[in-house]
Structure formats: C-alpha cells, structure tokens
Design a protein around this ligand. Structure first.
Ligand SMILES: [Zn+2]
Ligand SMILES: [Zn+2]
Ligand SMILES: [Zn+2]
Ligand SMILES: [Zn+2]
Ligand SMILES: [Zn+2]
Length: 268
C-alpha cells in the first residue's frame, strides 16, 4: 500500500484544469500544458493566468511600443506618450484640423505647413465662422417661435394620422367591404416656408411608415384569421371524436350488460 503513495504511474487529477494524468507527467503539465497555469508577463514580470495574458498585453505598462514617427522600437508603453510628445518625427494633425484641415505633419515641419497653408487655413476659418453666424441667426427668438409653431402643426398632423390609423385598424379587424384599402390622403394645408417644406417631407415619410405598418397589420390579421380557422376545424374534429367516443362507450356498456344477462342465464 505504501507503493501507491509515490507511484510514477498513479493517475492524478490536476486541481486547476481537472485533467487526468500520470504522476510523472504532472510537472510538465503544470509548467507547459495546463490551460489554467499562470505565466509571468514577459515585460513587467507580473504573474497572470495564461488565458488573461493576451488581454494584459493590451494594457501592460512595460509593453514595447514602436514610434511611427522615428521608428524607435521597444518604448515601454508607460513612456510612449512622453516620447511622442517630444518626438520631432511624430506626425500629428494640424492645429487647424478643428476647422477642416486634414493634414497630418511631423512636429518639426508644423511651422512650414502653417506658413505654406495660411491662405487655406484662413479660408477654412472663414467658412467655419460663417457657419456659426448662420446657426446663431437661426437661433433668434422669433425664429424659435416660428419653429415651435411648426412643431405644433406637425403634432396636429400626427394626431390626424393617428386617428386615421385607428380607423384603419378598425377596418382591418372587420374586413367586410373592399372600401377599406389604406388610402392615406393628405389633409394638411401646405406650410409656407422652406422649413415647412422640410416638415411636409418628414410627414410624408411618416405617412409611408404608417402605410407600411397598416400593411403589416393586415398581413398579421390574415395570419391570425387563418390560424383561427385551423383552431376552429380542430375543435370541431375534437367534438366529433368525443361524440363518437361517447357512443362507443354507451355501446360497450350495453354489450357488457347483455353479456352479464347471458352469463346469468347460463349459470341458472
Ligand atoms: Zn505501480
Ligand atoms: Zn491542469
Ligand atoms: Zn506585463
Ligand atoms: Zn519617435
Ligand atoms: Zn493645416
């Protein structure tokens, strides 16, 4: 029995991954094969579970990075931000990129770019400022008022649409006459300004959506009625079987009675 305690070929269970192995394989398993083993990060030397090491690489402060500007390698991640801040070859977006300049320039050439493109930058700035001016003007109180009025009109139109929608819904529920096709005619008075036209357009798209919805409602209704028919047929079938069953039972009882009577006669 003492042999069992340290036999090389005894089957043992890895406590981490629950795999079975012989005792003499345990060392290799723990160091190289167990999927649950821990490894030290190559860069920061901290221990991590094997399955977490890839994710750790993404955040390891010592992970070696490469500068895309000067091509310097093995910059530890924690020093990378400092490096690119001072690396004269690292390309950064032009300062005028907020107003639309798409150029990326090496830090040492940024003055050249700004001098060469000052005309373009000025142009971009002008456009930008004009844009701001226009949107500021459209934020004047009276135009806000007009907008809210338009919004109310839009609401009213939507309510009309909803009403029509519900009427349509009633028709779909009882598909009796053919007069109930989803005809959505415009009853809105045309709105005056360009904004009105935009709203009108939006309403138009809302109406398309509503029409699509009511079409789907009809499809659904059709499916439901088909289903109801099937259920109806099944119910009838069921009732018929029940009646037949009852008839059989009655017949059976009668037969039983007859047999009993006959038996009694025979026994007498
Ligand atoms: Zn043995
Ligand atoms: Zn294991
Ligand atoms: Zn690490
Ligand atoms: Zn660099
Ligand atoms: Zn620029």
């Amino acid at each position: 029995a003492s042999h069992e305690g340290n036999c090389d070929f005894m089957i043992i269970l890895c406590p981490s991954c629950k795999e079975l192995m012989r005792a003499n394989e345990q060392e290799r398993h723990n160091e190289r094969e167990c999927p649950e083993r821990t490894l030290n990060c190559k860069y920061c030397k901290e221990p991590f579970l094997l399955k977490n090491i890839k994710a750790h690489d993404e955040i390891c402060p010592k992970y070696p990075m490469i500068c895309e500007g000067c091509a310097k390698k093995k910059i530890p991640r924690e020093k990378y931000v400092d490096h690119i801040k001072f690396c004269s070859k690292f390309k950064a977006p032009c300062r005028f990129h907020v107003v639309g300049c798409d150029t990326s320039v090496e830090k040492e050439k940024i003055h050249d770019h700004e001098r060469q493109c000052s005309y373009e930058h000025l142009n971009l700035l002008l456009h930008f400022i004009m844009g701001i001016k226009v949107s500021l003007e459209s934020l004047q109180p009276q135009s806000l008022e007009v907008a809210s009025q338009k919004l109310q009109e839009l609401h009213q139109s939507l309510r009309d649409l909803e009403l029509k929608m519900s009427q349509l819904g009633g028709c779909v529920a009882a598909p009796v006459q053919g007069a109930c096709a989803p005809t959505l005619t415009t009853s809105f008075t045309p709105l005056p300004s360009a904004m009105g036209a935009a709203l009108e357009l939006q309403l138009q798209s809302e109406k398309t959506k509503v029409a699509e919805l009511s079409r789907r409602c009809q499809e659904l209704e059709l499916k439901v009625s088909t289903f109801e028919n099937i259920v109806c047929v099944l119910n009838r079938e069921m009732e018929r079987s029940c009646t037949t069953m009852e008839a059989y039972n009655r017949q059976h009882r009668l037969d039983q009675d007859k047999i009993e009577i006959l038996n009694n006669k025979v026994l007498k």
